[in-house]
Design a protein around this ligand. Structure first.
Ligand SMILES: Cc1cc2nc3c(=O)[nH]c(=O)nc-3n(C[C@H](O)[C@H](O)[C@H](O)COP(=O)(O)OP(=O)(O)OC[C@H]3O[C@@H](n4cnc5c(N)ncnc54)[C@H](O)[C@@H]3O)c2cc1C
Length: 403
């Protein structure tokens, strides 16, 4: 939508083609229905939050950054507010307002919006690597629409029910343009460990999580995570997933949770001794209530190899230290994520080497431009993925020759 708006502002005749019955189905879901449309951090920090191919974004971000995004939406009569972590939302808390103002702007610029219309293929000029149009399918059947240029902003593969089913990658591949393998990112983890199931619904705040594979630390972070009926989720887990590749899952990822990151092992041991002294005649499973949420206690005791019914006064130093070790490193093995159906974004897509970052035009097919999640650039949560979409969409739109 951003690309169409900017191309139309330059005086081009623009048609926006959307296969769904309405615009912005995925946008509607963003930010749990509130749309975290960008992040109000200093522009340099935008790059820190990009996981893959940050350099590719230099020109697009400096051309149309997060501040420009806020100005753009404010100009569209959408008031915005900034929340924790610099996350920007519409003041109304309704993602539908973001879609509404974009649609209004498209209409006021005379962009022709064709809904229920699917792009089936891209058409090139005869004997030339130059776009001449697209083949579309609508209620009248299949036909060719002529165009001097095409901006492809068809998304990745995540949440396919919203329309971004990854099939348009095939159209691109057919033109000889290389793509990086699409993988789910910002995605929860699936675990088979039965201990995890017993902790379903438990949310942990102020913990540290480290993801390791083959002795390499892929990610470490501090914050919040969640145990679910299938495994692990929550902000820390989604962020960790952004750094884990398919081949890593095959080898197995050790997720190590430090349940007491503020305490050194020695401090933690002293804390356990203090708690134990106050419950010498209690069973172990009745003595950890001040240290841990109740849902976590059986799992911690089991991982420590201790008997939950053992009297605290009979616990040896070695056993106490074993308990402390598990509290500092509660380990869970992960071999699988929840896939595209539950991935917030797709990592991979059109290889950035194939795109001119100054225009978003394909280096090999003239008149073909890319924008948004279909490009092999991805970021962490916090409004950064939509900022990538706005900035690349703006860049592609502004690169259209005005008529
Ligand atoms: C649940 C959820 C919450 C999210 N929350 C946030 C958030 O709060 N902040 C944030 O920054 N990011 C968020 N994201 C990520 C963000 O939504 C995406 O990165 C962004 O929408 C990508 O924009 P896009 O235009 O590239 O693709 P999309 O938004 O996926 O749009 C692509 C459009 O192209 C259409 N299309 C595809 N193929 C064809 C075809 N062949 N013919 C015609 N039309 C076609 C699709 O129907 C779709 O409407 C969230 C994602 C999800 C799934």
């Amino acid at each position: 939508m951003m690309a169409a708006i900017v191309a139309a502002q330059k005086g081009n005749k623009v048609t926006l083609i959307e296969q769904n019955e309405k615009l912005g189905k995925k946008l509607f879901l963003t930010g749990k229905g509130r749309c975290n449309l960008t992040n109000a951090c200093p522009v340099e920090e935008l790059f820190d939050n990009i996981v893959t191919n940050k350099k590719f974004m230099y020109s697009a971000f400096y051309d149309f950054d997060n501040a420009a995004t806020v100005v753009f939406f404010n100009d569209c009569a959408l008031t915005t507010k900034v929340e924790r972590g610099n996350r920007v939302f519409p003041a109304s808390d309704h993602s539908s307002d973001v879609i509404r103002v974009l649609k209004k702007r498209l209409e006021s610029l005379g962009v022709m919006i064709r809904l229920n219309t699917k792009v089936l293929d891209l058409v090139l000029k005869e004997d030339e690597n130059r776009i001449s149009g697209v083949i579309i399918k609508d209620n009248k059947g299949n036909r060719t629409l002529k165009a001097d240029s095409v901006i492809l902003a068809t998304g990745g593969c995540s949440y396919p029910a919203t329309g971004s089913d990854g099939r348009s990658f095939d159209m691109v591949r057919k033109l000889g343009i290389s793509l990086k393998e699409a993988e789910p990112s910002l995605v929860p983890f699936e675990c088979t460990d039965t201990l995890i199931r017993s902790m379903q619904g438990l949310s942990l705040k102020n913990v540290s999580v480290r993801a390791e594979c083959d002795g390499r630390t892929l990610y470490s972070g501090f914050g919040e995570m969640l145990f679910t009926h299938f495994g692990l989720s929550g902000p820390l887990i989604l962020s960790a997933s952004a750094y884990i590749r398919r081949s890593d899952y095959e080898k197995g990822i050790r997720i190590s949770i430090d349940l007491k990151p503020a305490l050194s092992p020695e401090e933690l041991d002293r804390r356990i001794i203090r708690d134990f002294e106050e419950s010498l005649n209690r069973n172990l499973d009745n003595s950890l209530g001040r240290l841990l949420p109740s849902k976590l206690i059986p799992a911690v005791i089991k991982k420590s190899g201790l008997d939950p019914g053992r009297k605290v006064n009979s616990i040896t130093k070695e056993q106490r230290l074993a308990l402390g070790k598990v509290l500092k490193s509660f380990d869970i093995m992960v071999y699988k994520n929840r896939g595209f159906d539950e991935a917030v974004i797709t990592r991979g897509g059109v290889d950035v080497k194939q795109i001119d970052p100054a225009t978003m035009e394909s280096r090999s097919v003239k008149g073909l431009y890319f924008a948004g999640e279909m490009i092999d650039v991805d970021a962490l949560t916090g409004g950064f993925n939509l900022q990538i979409a706005w900035s690349t969409g703006h860049k592609a739109g502004v690169s259209q020759i005005s008529v």
